[in-house]
Design a protein. Structure first.
Lengths: 115, 116
C-alpha cells in the first residue's frame, strides 16, 4: 500500500514570495490534515479536511495561508506572501475515517526555507 | 483544551539499557494517546496508541507504554536500547469532543541518543 505522498520535498524562497505544497493521501482515506513543524517543536495542526470540506481551520493563519481539497483526494497548501517565521516542515497526514481511534499516517513532509 | 508535556528534550542511554521517555497530558475529556517516532528527514511513524482498551499498550520495535489516568501519564519504555532507536519521539493526544475535529496535539519531542 502506497503511503502519503508530498511534493516538493524541499523548497527555498525569499520572503514575500508565494509557495504551494501538494499532498496525495493514502487511497480511500477520507480525512486529511496539514501540520506545521517548526525546528525543535512538535507538529501543530493547521487544517483538517473531511472529504472536500473543512472540519477545523482554527489554527490556520488565514491572512496568508490557504488550503483546498477540491475533489476530496489531493490537497494543496499555499502561503502568500511568505514570512521568515514560516520556515518549517509542512506535514500532510491522512486517516481512513474520522474519529479518535483511527491512526493518522504521515507523509515525509516538505521542508520550507524562507530567506 | 488539551496539551502534552514531554519531560527532557534529550535523553541519552547506553546500548542495551532501559529506555524511558516521559509524557504527561492534559485533557478535558477521556483522551486517546499516541507515540510517534521521527527519523531524520522522514515523516512520523506510529509506534503505539492507547484507545481506552488495555492500559498497557505494546507497539512496534519492542516499545510499550502504560496509560495511568491518576498520574495523567503515558510514558514510553523499551527494555533494551538498540543503536537504531536513535531518533526523535513525539507523544500526542487526541480528544474527540464532537464536531468532527480530531487533529493531534503534540508534545515538543524527546531526542533519544544511544551511546555505544
Amino acid at each position: 500500500e502506497a503511503g502519503v505522498a508530498q511534493s516538493p520535498r524541499y523548497k527555498i524562497i525569499e520572503k514575500r514570495q508565494s509557495v504551494a505544497f501538494w499532498c496525495n493521501p493514502i487511497s480511500g482515506h477520507a480525512t486529511l490534515y496539514w501540520y506545521q513543524q517548526i525546528l525543535g517543536q512538535g507538529p501543530k495542526l493547521l487544517i483538517q479536511f473531511q472529504n472536500n470540506g473543512v472540519v477545523d481551520d482554527s489554527q490556520l493563519p488565514k491572512d496568508r495561508f490557504s488550503a483546498e481539497r477540491l475533489k476530496g483526494v489531493d490537497s494543496t497548501l499555499k502561503i502568500q506572501p511568505a514570512k521568515l517565521e514560516d520556515s518549517a516542515v509542512y506535514l500532510c497526514a491522512s486517516s481512513l475515517v474520522q474519529g479518535s481511534k483511527d491512526t493518522q499516517y504521515f507523509g515525509p513532509g516538505t521542508r520550507l526555507t524562507v530567506l | 483544551a488539551q496539551s502534552v508535556t514531554q519531560l527532557g528534550s534529550h535523553v541519552s542511554v547506553s546500548e542495551g539499557a532501559l529506555v524511558l521517555l516521559r509524557c504527561n497530558y492534559s485533557s478535558s475529556v477521556p483522551p486517546y494517546l499516541f507515540w510517534y517516532v521521527q527519523y531524520p528527514n522522514q515523516g512520523l511513524q506510529l509506534l503505539l496508541k492507547y484507545t481506552s482498551a488495555a492500559t498497557l499498550v505494546k507497539g512496534i520495535n519492542g516499545f510499550e507504554a502504560e496509560f495511568k489516568k491518576s498520574e495523567t501519564s503515558f510514558h514510553l519504555t523499551k527494555p533494551s536500547a538498540h543503536m537504531s532507536d536513535a531518533a526523535e519521539y513525539f507523544c500526542a493526544v487526541r480528544s474527540y469532543s464532537g464536531g468532527g475535529a480530531d487533529g493531534l496535539t503534540f508534545g515538543k519531542g524527546t531526542h533519544l541518543i544511544i551511546q555505544p
